[in-house]
Design a protein around this ligand. Sequence first.
Ligand code: G6P
Length: 608
Amino acid sequence: MCGIIGYNGNGPAVGILLTGLEKLEYRGYDSAGIAVFQNERPRVVKTEGRLANLREKIGTEEPVNGSVGIGHTRWATHGAPTGANAHPHQSDTGLFTVVHNGIIENYARLREILTDDGYTFTSETDTEVIAHLLEKYYKGDPVQAMVRALPLLEGSFALGILCADFPGKLYGARRSSPLIAGLAEDGSFLASDIAALLQYTNEVYRFDDGELAALGKDSVEFFNSGGEKVQKHKAVVDLSPESVEKGGHEHFMLKEIMEQPEAIRNTLLPYRDKNGKIVIEELALSPADIREINKIFIVACGSAYHAGIVGKYVFEELLRLSVEVDIASEFRYRRPILDEHSLVIIISQSGETADTLAALREAKKRGAKLLSIVNVKGSSIARESDMVLYTKAGAEIAVATTKAYSAQLAMLYVIGAYFAQQLKTVAGQALAELISALAALPETVSRALELSGTVEDIAAAYYTHDHAYYIGRNLDYAAALEASLKLKEISYIHSEAYPAGELKHGTISLIEEGTLVMALCCSSRLLLKTAANIKEVKARGAGVVCVCTPDTQADLEADRVITVPHTHHLIMPSVEVIPMQLFSYYVAKLRNCDIDKPRNLAKSVTVE
Ligand code: G6P
């Protein structure tokens, strides 16, 4: 939620800030702004709408000159996405200028106090209190002002700060929301995410919770929350600048869909030894520890939660262990029953999702074993977990996830197969079949991607529909959840996923002549059951598109069929989701939607 950039160097700041914000726009894009020191005073330019509006505004005003500044792209929480609510925000006298990612939960109370103190507010945001508080506690040293003001804030923040008395400095601070600093030849940087820095450096300093920093043109100094200096080590990020570019594709989403074989291959690679066995060196669990686990919880949000549902079916079948999957925002408040025999698997692409992080902390407090599946190295969830397994999807920019979801599935299969191997819950031959299907998965997914043309034709036949219902049973249902989410988030078509057998208990009343039903039928075991449900909706006039395998194709009464390659039944979701991602993509394209930045969404949700 919200992207922050800061620059202190010798070059013209405005271009660097805008280019950085472009890379962070996936984090929020309802308004944007910058502040640059010009003649030793911060000059603020901000506006509602996309970054393009800000560029235009900057282009029509007097040139913004200066080489120290901060920038922000917003996902509104407090106050509508107007120009007045856009960041940066300034204290009364303009002494402090602030950009913020996160939420200040006690801002209303602080606003009352500051108003009584005589400060005036010009926006509805929670952020403005930070600027005023810094001014209130300032006695000539901005770091000391932060030390005094920031503990008064409840909630989360990543901050970029300018102080008018120090036009050669840039300040940063972090609690719970992501923030990194970088030092390159051209100057020093602050950013919410490495994507904004890759063209300058791949070496970063990660702020720990509570840390503050002061950035000069060629220096980065860190302080703890008490203002004492701390030594930080740089982390090297294994991403190239090209990985955050579109690489010839029209949209990041299509590029990322096409990168899935590689994302899966890279994720699986470290875990198969030359004897065809699964090895997971990062797992600090002996076979005895694994045997002691009596329940697995999988906790996540959004698509990562949908990956968790696939995990439930896979684990329960392979391990005969009970698995609960929960949405992180529910789990964290429902006082889950956990103990040292529980294994909690946290799944998160960004590793920064606020609810998922809070769920992790809750599970830790209750003594459960914690294993996280994360895509971003060094992210908060990775750092707070007992054990971390990294998906290797690379940078994912499109707000709607595709390759990170696929990599999460791959990692869940690896964990399932490994536990089954250690617990001996699956016969050797059957396990070997699963592991070899897994090894072939990148190739199988490549073949599914070849269906792109067929899927585009089908999308052209249905893109004008207002509603869609996705149905399936067991693993097909788990895949249907993700397929349906993809359609609604990028094409704005109302879409729901239902277990095929459940539709008749209410939702079937919505099926009428021409309603679109997407039926996922890749489970041969349940084929006849789903086939009967398809007949039920057909009888009520639905138009049905079936996703099936060569084995499950017969017996289906469908208007259109998408036949995906067959693989081991437990890993079919990884294959059947591919044409569904493509379907959503092409439908959204035909509806002229903003595919990479759908309305109201953000990729990294760092607020509750
Ligand atoms: C947002 C994104 C989703 C993502 C979810 C969880 O809603 O738009 O694509 O699945 O957050 O994010 P995480 O980074 O924790 O996987």
